[in-house]
Write a protein that binds this ligand. Structure first.
Ligand code: PMP
Length: 437
């Protein structure tokens, strides 16, 4: 260890006494040295010992502009002068929906939620109500939130637990998930054109929805092969299944109009959270007039006390305005490209085989992968996860916060400067050399 951590460790011990594993989300626990963060600004975090970190985790993706972005904060403070929550519609909700409809192809109506979990949960109900069917198809390694319907065969399933590649089995992430939820979920592999076709042919008459992360934001940002998203669209259209694009990670990040714009394919329903509000709790379900049209009092339920709260809506209004009217996302992409390219050069020089996957705003790095072009969850589990963790721990101690596990991608934000990227690459070079030694 090169830096002082006494205050951070002592504070984490306090957290352990009052919160299970000292965290508010299992994914945040990284052992006894789990960080306690005192503050954040732009692309940086500071721990309780005032050690600075360049942040590439960005709260698992929401921070698209930078931590504490002043333009966003100003709008929130202004909005709060008028209170935060009413049992009524307010103008900011309308403003955000208008912006989303303008930016996102295929979004004609919007309803709000408070987290990605809630948004996908509501999307499933809407799809079930629309089709009067119950089953849902999801992809192995895809993550759509913490609830029982969706916590099957996520990126955290153990390597080798998924069954035959021809007929993947449902793997639960947690104890406490009711058995009957297993019967409502069908699993297939990302980029498996043939397997998906077979699954649909056999089950479509019972299937309400197919839910997909259009790039696997929870599996190293793996990209769909050319035509795969269109293949999903075509099958859904053919069999009358609702296509749900889960854009919780891709939305307002890989393009202004998210994956819908990027891949040029329209889904029936979309779910958004994260970059929508630069870190404030606002999520949304968007979709066609036709499918969203089933939501109606006394018919199909959707809502919640905090849905469309002014803090979230003001943050989203400011964030979407910036994304729409500036070249913020072009900056993010440029920095990400430089980082991807620089990391690849360092690894090539060190003689470590690697694959860099995804989009510059959200990319994955796989060391010593077993296949040259990883295309699905099982390929990622075949890479050297231990070597990645060793390098990541070195980086952390040098002041660069990256995931310890390559399944979660690197996230970039507008606040990452050219100097931040160069500093990161120098440290990456040092970390790789130290680990190799
Ligand atoms: N969908 C996707 C694609 C996600 O990545 C996540 C969270 N990482 C969720 C849904 C759930 O979002 P939340 O954590 O806000 O509930």
């Amino acid at each position: 260890m090169n830096r002082p951590y006494a205050q951070t460790r002592a504070t984490f011990q306090k957290a352990l006494k009052v919160m299970p594993f000292g965290v508010s989300s299992n994914f945040r626990y990284t052992g006894d040295d789990t960080l306690v963060v005192k503050r954040a600004e732009g692309a940086y975090l500071w721990d309780m010992d005032d050690n600075r970190y360049i942040d590439y985790r960005l709260a698992f993706g929401p921070i698209i502009l930078g931590h504490g972005d002043k333009r966003v904060t100003k709008r929130i403070v202004e909005a709060l002068e008028d209170g935060n929550l009413y049992a009524h519609t307010h103008p900011l909700e309308i403003d955000v929906a208008e912006r989303m409809i303008r930016l996102c192809p295929g979004v004609e109506k919007v309803r709000y939620a408070n987290s990605g979990t809630e948004a996908t949960m509501h999307a499933l109900r809407i799809a079930r109500a629309y089709t009067n069917r119950e089953k849902v198809i999801k992809f192995e390694g895809g993550y759509h939130g913490f609830y029982d319907y969706m916590l099957w065969s996520t990126a955290n399933m153990p390597a080798g637990s998924g069954g035959s590649p021809r007929s993947p089995i449902q793997v639960p992430l947690s104890s406490g998930m009711p058995g009957p939820t297993r019967d409502l979920i069908l699993i297939t592999r990302f980029n498996d054109f043939e397997g998906l076709g077979r699954l649909m042919k056999d089950n479509a008459h019972q299937t309400a929805a197919m839910i997909v992360e259009p790039m696997l934001g929870n599996v190293a940002g793996l990209m769909p092969e050319p035509g795969f998203i269109q293949h999903i669209r075509d099958l859904c259209t053919k069999y009358g299944v609702v296509m749900i694009m889960d854009e919780v990670k891709t939305g307002f990040r890989i393009a202004k109009g998210g994956a819908g714009e990027y891949f040029g394919v329209k889904a029936d329903l979309y779910t958004y959270a994260k970059s929508l509000a630069n870190g404030y709790p606002l999520a949304a379900i968007g979709g066609s007039n036709e499918v969203m049209g089933v939501i109606a009092p006394g018919q199909v339920a959707q809502g919640g006390t905090y849905c469309g709260n002014a803090v979230g809506a003001a943050a989203a209004s400011a964030t979407l305005e910036i994304l729409e009217t500036t070249d913020a996302l072009a900056t993010v992409e440029k920095r990400g490209k430089r980082l991807m390219q620089g990391m690849s050069e360092v690894l090539t020089e060190a003689g470590i085989s690697h694959a860099i996957t995804g989009h510059p705003a959200m990319f994955g790095l796989l060391l010593e992968p077993r296949v040259e072009k990883p295309r699905e969850f099982r390929d990622v589990m075949g890479s050297n996860l231990n070597l990645f963790e060793e390098i990541a721990l070195q980086m952390l101690d040098m002041g660069v916060d990256i995931e310890l596990d390559p399944r979660e991608p690197f996230f970039l934000c507008e606040a990452h400067s050219e100097q931040d990227i160069e500093e990161t690459l120098n440290k990456f070079n040092d970390a790789v050399k130290r680990v190799k030694r």
